[in-house]
Structures are given as C-alpha cells and as structure tokens.
Write a protein that binds this ligand. Structure first.
Ligand code: ASP
Length: 372
C-alpha cells in the first residue's frame, strides 16, 4: 500500500521557517559576542584574549619595565647621592634593554641585557650585590619566561655563576628542563660557556655587615628571621624586568640573592615560574619582589595573568587586586612590575617604596623610588 505523506500545512511551514531564523540569529549573536571578547571588547581594551594574530596586529609600542626591589624605602633614610645612584643605575639598564628592542632584538634578549647590568651593580640584591645566607655564603636564584613560546628557565642556589639570569636563559634555551639547582646548575652553566667566578666575587662588605648585624641581634635574643627589622632601609632588593618587543612578544625575568640570613638552602619566589616570574603573550609578563614565601603561596605572578584572563580584567586592575588586596590580606609584603601586549604597565607595591622604572620612548627612561 502506498503511504501518503501528511500534507504540511502553511502554518507548520511558517513555524519551521521562524524556528530556523531564530536559531541562525542566536548563533550569529553568540559568535559576535565571542569575537568581541577576543578583541578585549568586554571589560577592558587592554586584555588580549586570543594569541592568534598577535604578531600581525594589535600590540603596543616596544616597552621595557624594571624593578630593583621593594621594601621599607623612605626618603628620610636616603641620601640624595645614593638616591641619584639608584636612579642612574636603573636608567642605564632601561636604556640598554630598550636599545636591544629598538634594534629589533627579542624581549628575551632585552630582559637578559637589562638584568645583567643590574646584576653587575652592587646596589641591588642580585649578582654582585647579593645578600648573605646564615652561613655567610651568597646563593643566587633567577628565572626567565618567554611569553611567545611559554618556555621558561630557572636556576636556584648557585654560587659561582657570574650572571644567574644568563644561566636561567640557558636552561630555557638549551635544555629540556625548567629548573636546575646548586651544583648541577653550575655544571650546566659551565658547559654552556657562561662566565664562572670564585665565590668571593659576590662578597661585598655592605651586605656582609647586614648579615653580621642580624646575627648579633639574634644572639642577643631578638627574633630576627630573614631581615633586619631595625634597619631603617629594610628592603628586598631583587631585580626584575619585563619587555615587549616589536613582534608583540612579552618576556619576563627576575634575579636575586634571596633574603639575608636565609638558612637550609631556602629558595624564594624569584626562580619559581608562576610565583616570582611569569609571561604569556595572551595576558602579561610579571616580575615580583618581596617576601618570597608569601609570593609562592599566593602564586602571585600567575594569579595576575589568570585574573586578567578569567575575569577579563585590565592589567592594572588585576595587578591591583592581587598585590594591594589579596596579598595584603595575607600580610605579604612586596610589589611587582608587569606589562601587557598593548604596552600597558602596572607597578603596584604594598611597601613604602620600590625601585622601579620604564621606558617607552628613546632616551626617556622614567624611574621612581617612593610612592609618587
Ligand atoms: N623575593 C625575593 C625572595 O624572597 C626577595 C626579594 O624580592 O628581594 O627571595
């Protein structure tokens, strides 16, 4: 028997057409919304949501930002000469890193160039200015991350590598690993042809006296821990840099001697990717300075990038939320410098000062020390 198909009524056909129309419109709206967010059209124009196309368009001017440590840095405890010395060292490092970017160099190269100069200055707690451990040694930590590739490298507890940031870079570029510590890191650095020095290279009298002062106070029964709480210029002093190159790639790096009087092979946040250093082209690059244990527990650097991504927040808002709210609630002291792919900069700190600066125009480095 031949089956007769049911005749479709005019009304049914209209309903079906309307349904298809509504469905198409909804899908179109959904796509529109998604692409708006990808272009940062939600809460902020600064927040990149998609990596695709980054290199081709939409990134800001070449930019470099650095820090030379946060802490109890007050004008009344600083001589004008010393203040000028800090500013000059920061400007020199900014100009050197910016020159790399200007000549078309990568953000990774700009970061290592900047940090190498700061490591070579006895003013900062990194490289030659590194603080002393309880045993009277200098154990240095550093890390670097490339926001374009997501690769990272770090060294911790090294005592004979002249430039720990170069060792961290070598780990990133020339090994399948992310982090190397102590002796092994030193063997690797030597194999890579990096400059090695005697332990004595890192011995500066100023830092040695800081350790003696803390130890004496401890002997007298004061609970000093890592820091000289009675020292008027108590500060952390780590160095860090974040750069945005002409291809829109971000890199971040941090180098430190850690904290005075540290014991038992203590390692802080500086060489920990996600805590003291983080970079991702899609969000931002971050370098931290402060009381490392708090920065590790709060995964500070990554938290800023994640806050931007998950909450569609601007760099400034995300950095403020993490440093000035979340970290403060946990009584963690310190600050960060950060940069997004548009060249937006954030430099929040919850201490009285932070050596910091940035450069976005040739020969015009801007440096700051106190709360401005
Ligand atoms: N964050 C470093 C550490 O805890 C110290 C510093 O920033 O100066 O090792």
């Amino acid at each position: 028997m031949k089956r007769r198909s049911k005749p479709t009524s005019f009304f049914h056909r209209i309903c079906a057409s309307l349904f298809v129309l509504v469905l198409t419109l909804s899908i179109a709206l959904l796509f529109d919304n998604c692409s708006n967010r990808a272009e940062g059209g939600h809460a902020s124009d600064e927040v990149p949501q998609a990596k695709a196309g980054l290199q081709e368009e939409g990134h800001g001017p070449i930019t470099l930002v650095l820090h030379g440590g946060a802490g109890t840095i007050k004008k009344e405890n600083m001589s004008p000469e010393l203040e000028e010395d800090y500013k000059q060292e920061m400007k020199k490092a900014l100009i050197a890193g910016y020159t790399v970017l200007e000549e078309g160099g990568s953000s990774v190269k700009a970061v290592t160039t900047t940090l190498q100069l700061l490591e070579a200055s006895p003013l900062f707690n990194a490289g030659i200015g590194a603080v002393f451990t309880n045993e009277g040694e200098n154990e240095l930590d550093a890390s670097i991350m490339d926001g374009a590739t997501g690769l990272a490298g770090a060294v911790a507890g090294v005592t004979t590598v002249k430039s720990p940031i170069l060792a961290a870079e070598a780990v990133m570029q020339h090994s399948p690993h992310v982090m190397m510590v102590g002796k092994g890191a030193e063997v690797f650095a030597k194999e890579q042809g990096l400059e090695m020095v005697d332990k004595g290279y890192f011995h500066t009298e100023r830092r040695f006296q800081q350790l003696q002062k803390i130890k004496k106070a401890e002997e007298e029964g004061q609970k000093m821990g890592y820091l000289d709480r009675h020292h008027p210029n108590r500060k952390f002093g780590t160095v860090g840099a974040v750069a945005l190159d002409k291809n829109g790639n971000i890199a971040a790096g941090t180098s430190t001697g850690g904290m005075t009087n540290k014991k038992f092979g203590r390692v802080g946040d500086s060489p920990i990717i996600g805590a003291g250093t983080y970079a991702d082209n899609m969000t931002c690059g971050v370098s931290a300075t402060g009381h490392g244990e708090y920065f590790i527990r709060s995964v500070v650097a990554y938290d800023i990038a994640a806050t931007m991504s998950y909450k569609s927040m601007s760099l400034e808002d995300a950095a403020h939320e993490v440093i000035m709210k979340k970290l403060v609630e946990k009584q963690g002291t310190g600050g960060i410098i950060a940069l997004d792919r548009k060249g937006n900069i954030a430099m929040p700190f919850n201490t009285s000062g932070m050596y910091r600066g940035y450069i976005q125009e040739k020969d015009l480095p801007k440096v700051f020390i106190y709360k401005e």
